[in-house]
Design a protein around this ligand. Structure first.
Ligand SMILES: [Zn+2]
Length: 266
C-alpha cells in the first residue's frame, strides 16, 4: 500500500524545477550558474519554459525526460531564454520519430528570423503564437499571457492555473504600472537581473521585487535569473531581507532546486 501511494505521488506530483538561475550576459556566457529554464511537472503534464543554453544538459542530468514534454513555452527570443529550443524540440519528439507537443512563442520569435529551424517545425503537433491577454491550455494546465512586457523584444510573462493552484512567471521586463495587477497568484517566480534599477536597462531590480511582492502578497515568491551584482551579494541573503521587508516567504532559487506546489498549502 505504501509503495502504491508513493508511486501515485510521483506520477501526479506538482513541481517546478529550476534548470538554472543565471540571467544577463556574463552570468550566462561564463556559466557562473546554469541557464536551462524552468521545468514544470503538473499532475503528469510536463512543460518546459525558456530553454536557455544548457537546457538539454541540465534536464538530462536531473533525469527529466524530454520525450514526456507536452509543450515548450518561450517568453521571448533572447538567447538566455531560447538558445536550446531546437535541441529540446528534437529531444521532445525523439528526433521526429514521435511527432507531438506544442511550441508557444511570441510572433517576433517566429517571424523573419525564427528561433526554430523550419525542418523541426514538422516534428511538432503545432505552434501557437503568444499574444497579450490570450489564454491557452495544455491537457490539465491552463495559462494566460496577460500583458506585454517592456523589454527590447516581444515578451510575455505567464500566469498558470494547474493542480488547484495559481502561479506566475514574471519574466524579463522593465517595471511598469500594470505589471503587478496582471500576476496576482499564490506563487510568484520573478526574474530579477539588477540589484538597483538602471536607466536604459529593461530589467527588474531588487527594489522592484520588494514592491511587487509587497503589493501582491503571494504565499511564496521565488527570485531567479540573477545578474552578476546580485550573485556577488548572495541571492539567498537578499531573499532573507526581502522576506523581512515584505512579510512574505521569499526564496532565492538555486540551480536544480525543485519547488513542490504542496508547499503553498502549508
Ligand atoms: Zn531578455
Amino acid at each position: 500500500m505504501v509503495k502504491l501511494a508513493m508511486e501515485k505521488k510521483s506520477s501526479s506530483g506538482n513541481t517546478i524545477t529550476f534548470l538554472g538561475i543565471a540571467g544577463a550576459r556574463f552570468m550566462v556566457t561564463k556559466q557562473l550558474a546554469a541557464s536551462g529554464g524552468l521545468w514544470l511537472s503538473l499532475g503528469g503534464t510536463e512543460i518546459l519554459v525558456d530553454p536557455g543554453p544548457g537546457s538539454l544538459v541540465q534536464s538530462t542530468k536531473r533525469k527529466l525526460r524530454a520525450d514526456k514534454l507536452s509543450a515548450i513555452i518561450l517568453s521571448h527570443r533572447h538567447l538566455d531564454h531560447s538558445a536550446d529550443v531546437n535541441i529540446m524540440v528534437e529531444a521532445m519528439t525523439e528526433g521526429g520519430f514521435n511527432q507531438h507537443g506544442w511550441l508557444f512563442a511570441p510572433a517576433d520569435a517566429l517571424g523573419d528570423e525564427p528561433v526554430i529551424f523550419s525542418y523541426l517545425k514538422g516534428y511538432l503537433e503545432g505552434i501557437e503564437v503568444l499574444g497579450e491577454g490570450k489564454s491557452y491550455s495544455i491537457d490539465n494546465v491552463s495559462f494566460s499571457t496577460p500583458v506585454r512586457h517592456l523589454h527590447p523584444v516581444e515578451t510575455y510573462g505567464v500566469l498558470f492555473r494547474a493542480a488547484g493552484h495559481t502561479f506566475s512567471y514574471i519574466t524579463d521586463s522593465r517595471y511598469f504600472d500594470g505589471l503587478c495587477a496582471s500576476y496576482a497568484s499564490e506563487l510568484l517566480i520573478i526574474n530579477v537581473v539588477l540589484l538597483e534599477a538602471r536607466q536604459f536597462v529593461d530589467h527588474l531590480s531588487i527594489p522592484d521585487v520588494a514592491h511587487i511582492v509587497g503589493e501582491l502578497k503571494p504565499r511564496v515568491a521565488i527570485i531567479t535569473h540573477f545578474g552578476t551584482n546580485i550573485w556577488r551579494q548572495k541571492p539567498w541573503e537578499i531573499a532573507r531581507r526581502l522576506s523581512r521587508q515584505t512579510g512574505v516567504r521569499v526564496i532565492a532559487a538555486r540551480d536544480g532546486m525543485r519547488f513542490d506546489l504542496a508547499q503553498l498549502d502549508e
